[in-house]
Design a protein around this ligand. Structure first.
Ligand SMILES: NC(=O)c1ccc[n+]([C@@H]2O[C@H](COP(=O)([O-])OP(=O)(O)OC[C@H]3O[C@@H](n4cnc5c(N)ncnc54)[C@H](OP(=O)(O)O)[C@@H]3O)[C@@H](O)[C@H]2O)c1
Length: 329
């Protein structure tokens, strides 16, 4: 059936400016790391994308290596784009990344000019796009000079293959250096994508300050710790869950009794607030206004609904924040 986006799709979502740029991103963005590769039924991926867009989620986040196999998420996304979103390209913010292993040999990984330029060309081909809205360096490269990596990113913007440039997984000091180089080159860094959740608070130790000072946005990935910060695992490990899928990023061993006790206490607090734990976890990441968007994953449309409904209950009292800190300590 021909996809007709909902007319009221922009009514509920809030859109936040990314740093001091001109670009606004939805408070909730959808990542295609899981559930969009060849192992997933393409109809499910398509339903998720339609549902997200109908909910005001205008930003879809990809990377060269998302799958499995690597590249298949971009290919499947490209196919769905052509079928459903061809006339909606100007309402979408599509990002991709390069920085992890993508092809064999010395030019398929890390941060050289050779790798980044070739990789974005490949991503554009897979998605059938002329340009991405945001192109990220996916992780810092300890061997390539930062100037080379940043100059390659600037070059891609000048070629018209990316509208904005961004960084991911850069620690505070390196992020500050990279942001400085990009500024000098005339291509300011739009946003940084760190891992940030109640269970992963490293960005609070300097990175969020750097981003705020430099006017760079922040989009937090895995804000639900891959599903741990939800009610998914309170009664065991469901068969259709990420932890049961053999994922090396969320294994049953990570669901330790100690961690699950914290989840249970957080879940109680969320219930007292009249929301689900997943919603409290997302609202917590957005608290204080330093995070532009939470970048969630979803295997079901109901999970997208949960995330969007979080926006109705975003505020925390000081005593709730103190209670969360005490549970997480
Ligand atoms: N830059 C990087 O290095 C990097 C690394 C990782 C991820 N990312 C980006 O971040 C995105 C999100 O990562 P993530 O998938 O780990 O995020 P996440 O939001 O922490 O976890 C998503 C998973 O949590 C479960 N879930 C979501 N909502 C739920 C709800 N309401 N109730 C119960 N369970 C719920 C689902 O798992 P089930 O499958 O069990 O249903 C879902 O797939 C990725 O797609 C990618 O775009 C970037």
């Amino acid at each position: 059936m021909v996809y007709q986006p909902k007319e009221d799709r922009y009514q509920t979502m809030s859109y936040h400016r990314s740093g001091r740029s001109g670009l606004k991103l939805p408070a909730v963005s959808l990542g295609l790391w899981h559930n969009f590769g060849d192992a997933t039924l393409v109809e499910n991926s398509r339903t998720l994308l339609r549902h997200a867009f109908d909910s005001g989620i205008t930003h879809f986040d990809l990377a060269n290596n998302y799958g499995p196999p690597p590249g298949s998420a971009e290919e499947n996304f490209g196919r769905i784009l052509r079928q459903d979103f061809a006339s909606l390209r100007d309402e979408l913010i599509i990002s991709s990344k390069a920085g992890y292993t993508m092809w064999e040999g010395p030019y398929g990984d890390w941060g050289s000019r050779k790798y980044l330029i070739a990789s974005l060309d490949q991503s554009l081909k897979r998605m059938g796009l002329d340009y991405v809205d945001i192109f990220y360096h996916h992780r810092p490269d300890p061997e390539t000079p930062l100037e080379e990596t940043m100059t390659a990113l600037d070059h891609l913007v000048r070629q018209g293959k990316a509208l904005y440039i961004a960084l991911s997984n850069y620690p505070a000091q390196q992020a500050a250096e990279a942001i400085g180089i990009l500024k000098q080159l005339g291509t300011p860094c739009l946003i940084h994508q760190p891992k940030y959740s109640m269970f992963e608070r490293a960005p609070e130790k300097g990175l969020l300050d750097v981003l705020q000072q430099q006017g760079v946005g922040c989009i937090a990935f895995s804000p639900l710790a891959g599903g741990m910060l939800t009610d998914r695992y309170l009664q065991g490990i469901p068969e259709d869950s990420r932890a049961a899928s053999g994922s090396r990023f969320l294994s049953s061993e990570q669901l330790t009794p100690e961690k699950m006790e914290k989840v249970r206490q957080l879940n109680e607090l969320a219930q007292q607030r009249g929301q689900k734990l997943s919603q409290m976890a997302l609202a917590w990441v957005l608290r204080g206004g330093r995070v532009t968007s939470v970048l969630i994953g979803a295997s079901k449309t109901s999970q997208i609904d949960d995330a969007v409904a979080m926006l109705a209950r975003r505020e925390f009292s000081q005593s709730e924040l103190d209670r969360i800190d005490a549970i997480l300590a």
